[in-house]
Write a protein that binds this ligand. Structure first.
Ligand code: KG4
Ligand code: ZN
Length: 345
């Protein structure tokens, strides 16, 4: 029996939904005791993107070591862990199964509860890490490689999705545009680096708006516009400046993301704002949102860049809030590659 009321709770988080094998120990949903991430990026870079079969195999190779290091560097013993939280979706099914199975085995062996965590909800919970004063309600822009959502966080575990992408996710657009420009994988950091020496006004690129859905996003037109510019320049024999194109592309994405986030806050009367997901580590997006929030007197929180990209501390934090609400998973929980947000309620 674990004490859920006023006792301190230590949760071990496990994250293997894509190409990072990660484990972390978090106390009371916010105090990060350890946060270990083993990245497979170098392995996948040669293929220009994540190869699911390779990702699963690499997770199997690393999971035992990564979990062991998370427990050791947290300075706790296995029996100090009150619950095991593991990502159960969305993500690559083979990759998810590795972390979830490991989490189930640990939960069974330690006789501690298992908590299946939705990866997107985990990204939102990165905002609670090492920031005990931040709490719902707030408006959150979740921008990752697979998702772009504008979410009203009404309370812990209570979400209203008010906008989403109609086609590519923001991170996917970064990755595809980087590939078209001959930049390396993952595209986000490569575009951000190239954009630093480019002119964001050099190429006129579209900012999509969707009639009747002011908070939905669309990035496929932007991606096609970049491809058209590259092809046109090639046909004319003009060299394409990857730096100028990267800066112009980044500026178009940032305008769309920051613009719709702030518009949503104004319309929904929310003055507390948060960012989440890998793209939230982008410094141009961070400074655009920061300036817009400052100008309106909004309170803004952004996880540290390392906690924006995939990690297990955010999964442990999310697991803690589920545990407090008595939301525990059974050991027959399955990985769901298309798990929607809120489906664990
Ligand atoms: O959240 P995340 O680590 O994994 C998913 O859940 O997808 O996000 C990965 C995505 C990739 O598309 C990557 O290119 C993008 O986040 N990303 C960035 C930056 N760092 C990572 N995009 C823009 N700027 C960055 N600095
Ligand atoms: Zn993610």
């Amino acid at each position: 029996m674990i004490c859920l009321k006023d006792c301190s709770l230590v949760v071990l988080g496990i994250e293997t939904s894509c190409d990072e094998t990660a484990a972390a120990v978090v106390k009371d949903g916010g105090e990060t005791l350890s946060n270990i991430i083993s990245s497979q990026i170098d392995v996948h870079r040669v293929y220009g993107g994540v190869v699911p079969e390779i990702a699963s195999r690499k997770h199997i190779e690393s999971i035992g070591y990564v979990v062991g290091e998370a427990i050791k560097s947290a300075g706790v013993e296995k029996h100090d862990i009150d619950a095991v939280a593991a990502t159960c979706g969305p993500g690559l099914v083979g990759a998810l199964i590795v972390g979830l199975s490991y989490g189930k085995a640990l939960s069974y062996g330690l006789r501690k509860p298992l908590i299946g965590v939705n990866h997107i909800e985990g990204h939102i919970c990165a905002n609670y890490l090492d920031n005990s004063k931040f709490e719902p309600p707030f408006m959150c822009l979740v921008v990752s490689g697979g998702h772009t959502h504008l979410i009203k966080v009404i309370d812990y575990g209570v979400y209203e999705i008010i906008g989403r992408t109609r086609d590519d996710a923001a991170g996917e657009a970064f990755d595809k545009t980087a590939r078209a420009l001959g930049l390396s994988y993952p595209g986000g950091p490569a575009i951000e680096a190239a954009a630093k020496s480019g002119d964001p006004r050099s190429v006129a690129l579209p900012r999509a708006s969707i009639a009747g859905s002011p908070y939905d996003f669309s990035f496929s037109g932007l991606k096609s516009a970049v491809l058209n510019c590259i092809n046109k320049s090639k046909m004319m024999g003009d060299p394409v400046s990857a730096e100028d194109m990267a800066a112009s592309f980044q500026s178009a994405v940032v305008d769309a993301l920051a613009g719709k986030l702030i518009h949503a806050c104004e319309e929904h009367g929310m003055s507390k704002v948060a960012l989440a997901g890998g793209v939230a580590s982008n410094s141009a997006l961070r400074s655009a949102v920061k300036d817009a929030c400052l100008a309106r007197g909004y309170e803004l929180h952004m996880p540290s860049p390392i906690c924006c990209t995939d990690n297990a501390a955010m999964i442990a934090s999310c697991g803690y809030f589920h545990l407090k609400q008595g939301k525990i998973s059974s050991l027959d929980l399955n990985a769901n590659p298309n798990l929607p947000l809120c489906s664990l309620d």
